[in-house]
Design a protein around this ligand. Structure first.
Ligand SMILES: *Cc1c(COP(=O)(O)O)cnc(C)c1O
Length: 356
């Protein structure tokens, strides 16, 4: 059997969820959209079920997968509905629904629903992606109440730059939110992972942690609270061959790496078809047989090469950690010019094994 695997540590997931709750001092919806950022939404939700205040997903397809697995906790649809015809399913399965646009308010007004909806009304406080503008917000709120179809409204917004610890935009967005919600008596929800970790002055009733649950930092710089996270996924494989090369020999497609000394080169069963980023350059850290070394040459579809010159104990069959508790996914992502969110979501073909 091909040795490429993603080990998912559910204890670490629970640790990170508890940290999110502790730091936010609030209820927390565990964000398990995009198949729990590649970690498996159903397994992750089941592992958190007894303690999570609820879950958040992108769309009804993802929510129904959780309901089909028997998850009864609240599930929020972060993009709400895409067509009014989804509203009856949303009511039937007791899903919570973001309303981020006036067309959705209108759709609720004109669509009959057999049970009252639970709506999270999203304000665009400055990100300018989704959300009602501050000018539309109160009117949207009043119209939802007046529609008679809404049992409860939570006020929400989303930060564009909470991962930038010295940017003043988070405080500006907070001020816009506070002005827009003035006088509206309702719970509110603001914090994503970077806000939970890095902006203790932002308080709300419901946090929405995503990436931090999976143990990866949303910051580009070291941060005290983020260092308390435990990596959940270990992407691992084994050496499938080892060769000795003299100095001056190219390795891999394009000959992008050439040995500068007599070298030992290992081949790992892992490639971009598994989701390992093709953009990861020579020098990207990798752990072989417990020793930190480096990727060399171009990542191919099913294989990649590593430098074993200083890892004499490595032989065919030696274990390789591509990321996990020794090599942080965020460090691999940085090397590849991307973010841990994307490398997790890109995971494919690799079977997932669960522990804890
Ligand atoms: C994805 C998402 C989150 C979680 O963001 P992280 O940065 O992963 O914590 C929170 N809120 C909304 C609206 C989202 O779309």
């Amino acid at each position: 059997m091909r040795p490429a695997r993603a080990l998912i540590d559910l204890q670490a997931l629970r640790h990170n969820y508890r940290l999110a709750r502790e730091l936010s001092g609030a209820k927390a919806l565990a964000v398990v959209k995009a198949d729990a950022y590649g970690h498996g939404a159903v397994r992750c939700a089941l592992a958190l079920e007894t303690e999570a205040d609820g879950f958040a997903v992108a769309c009804i397809e993802e929510a129904l997968e959780l309901r089909a697995a028997g998850i009864k906790a609240p599930v929020l649809l972060l993009e709400g509905f895409f067509e009014a015809s989804e509203l009856s399913l949303i009511a039937e399965h007791d899903l919570w629904c973001v309303v981020h646009s006036l067309w959705q308010v209108e759709a609720i007004e004109r669509t009959p629903v057999h049970k009252p909806l639970k709506v999270w009304l999203k304000l665009d406080s400055g990100m300018h992606r989704a959300g009602l503008s501050p000018l539309e917000y109160r009117d949207g709120y009043q119209r939802l109440l007046a529609s008679g179809k809404v049992a409860r409204i939570v006020l929400m917004s989303h930060f564009a730059r909470a991962d930038e610890l010295d940017a003043d935009t988070t405080a500006q967005q907070l001020a816009v939110f506070q002005a827009a919600r003035e006088g509206l008596v309702a719970e509110c929800s603001l914090s994503n992972s970077p806000a939970v970790l890095g902006w203790p002055q932002v308080s709300s009733d419901w946090a929405r942690p995503g990436i931090m649950l999976y143990g990866a930092t949303p910051f580009e710089v070291p941060q005290a609270e983020a260092s308390r996270l435990q990596p959940v996924m270990t992407l691992q494989s084994r050496l499938i061959s080892v060769r000795e090369l003299p100095a001056g020999e190219p390795v891999g497609y394009g000959g992008h790496f050439t040995t500068t000394q007599a070298s030992r080169v290992g081949v790992v069963a892992m490639g971009y078809a598994d989701g390992y980023p093709r953009q990861a350059p020579t020098g990207t850290p990798v752990v072989v047989a417990g020793t930190r070394t480096r990727l060399i040459g171009r990542v191919s579809m099913d294989m990649l090469c590593v430098d074993l010159t200083d890892v004499p104990e490595a032989v065919v069959g030696s274990p390789v950690e591509l990321w996990g508790k020794q090599v942080l996914a965020s460090d691999v992502a940085t090397q590849a010019g991307t973010i841990p969110y994307q490398i997790f979501c890109n995971l494919k073909r690799v079977p997932r094994d669960y522990a804890g």
